[in-house]
Design a protein around this ligand. Structure first.
Ligand SMILES: N[C@@H](CCC(=O)N[C@@H](CS)C(=O)NCC(=O)O)C(=O)O
Length: 226
């Protein structure tokens, strides 16, 4: 199997987390140059997004959540999903809240903060939405613990890239107090860094962020000089 992946992509990091946790022999590949417009890549992933998993028979599976569920179904050990329906619903709820109300509220703030002229009113309104999502996620987590039952689950391989991206946003958009009232979300960074699998994807994202910031500075010399 081959995973088209980018180090800083939270969606790709989620899939790498499941692959590392299961110890699967998957080639982690950078997408080919021009992938956003290439017919060959469109044939692999019509959504033109990263990640996408290519199976040994040539079939491909896009969408990080779908890939993680596929890996869990196809390679059940070690299990990243609890067995009981109630526990599984909880793991899926945490995963969904982190996606729908945190990640999806956070992404526009990155773009707004990166605009040539910052619209502070729009940023404040988007941060208020993000703050609501963070409060909802915070209510589902125990400070200093994995998402569920003291062990790694599919929720954690998603929470880790989400939490890393929040750290990146604090610096990138200059929002140092964003997590102050969300104690469990804030403390999750330590859970992620302590776990070997989660720590690995955290460090890969950190390396990806360093490269992204370096190439951004090269492409924006005026900003670098200021
Ligand atoms: N819902 C998708 C989102 C994937 C996604 O948006 N990936 C980004 C990279 S982080 C992407 O490929 N964006 C298109 C682009 O950069 O042109 C998933 O969970 O896999």
């Amino acid at each position: 199997m081959k995973l088209y992946s980018l180090p800083l992509s939270p969606y790709a990091a989620r899939v790498r987390g499941a692959i590392y946790a299961k110890g699967l022999p998957v080639e982690i590949a950078t997408p080919p140059d021009g992938w956003r417009t290439s017919p060959e890549f469109r044939a692999i992933n019509p959504m033109l997004r990263i990640p996408v998993l290519v199976l040994d028979d040539g079939a491909s599976i896009p969408e990080s959540a779908v890939i993680v569920e596929y890996l869990e179904d196809a390679y059940p050990g070690p299990a990243l999903r609890p067995r009981s329906a109630t526990a599984l619903a909880r793991v899926r709820l945490i995963t969904a809240v982190a996606d729908l109300y945190v990640m999806q509220a956070m992404m526009p703030v990155f773009h707004m903060a990166d605009a040539a002229t910052r619209d502070e009113t729009a940023i404040k309104a988007q941060c208020a939405k993000l703050d609501t999502g963070l409060a909802q996620l915070d209510g589902l987590l125990d400070a200093g613990a994995y998402a569920h039952d003291g062990r790694l689950t599919t929720a954690d391989v998603w929470l880790t890239p989400v939490r890393f991206s929040l750290d990146a946003l604090l610096g990138f958009a200059n929002l140092p107090t964003l997590l102050d009232r969300h104690k469990a979300v804030k403390a999750y960074a330590e859970v992620a860094k302590r776990d070997p699998v989660l720590g690995r994807i955290w460090n890969e994202m950190a390396d990806g962020l360093k490269s992204f910031m370096a190439s951004r500075a090269e492409n924006r010399p005026a900003e670098r000089a200021s």
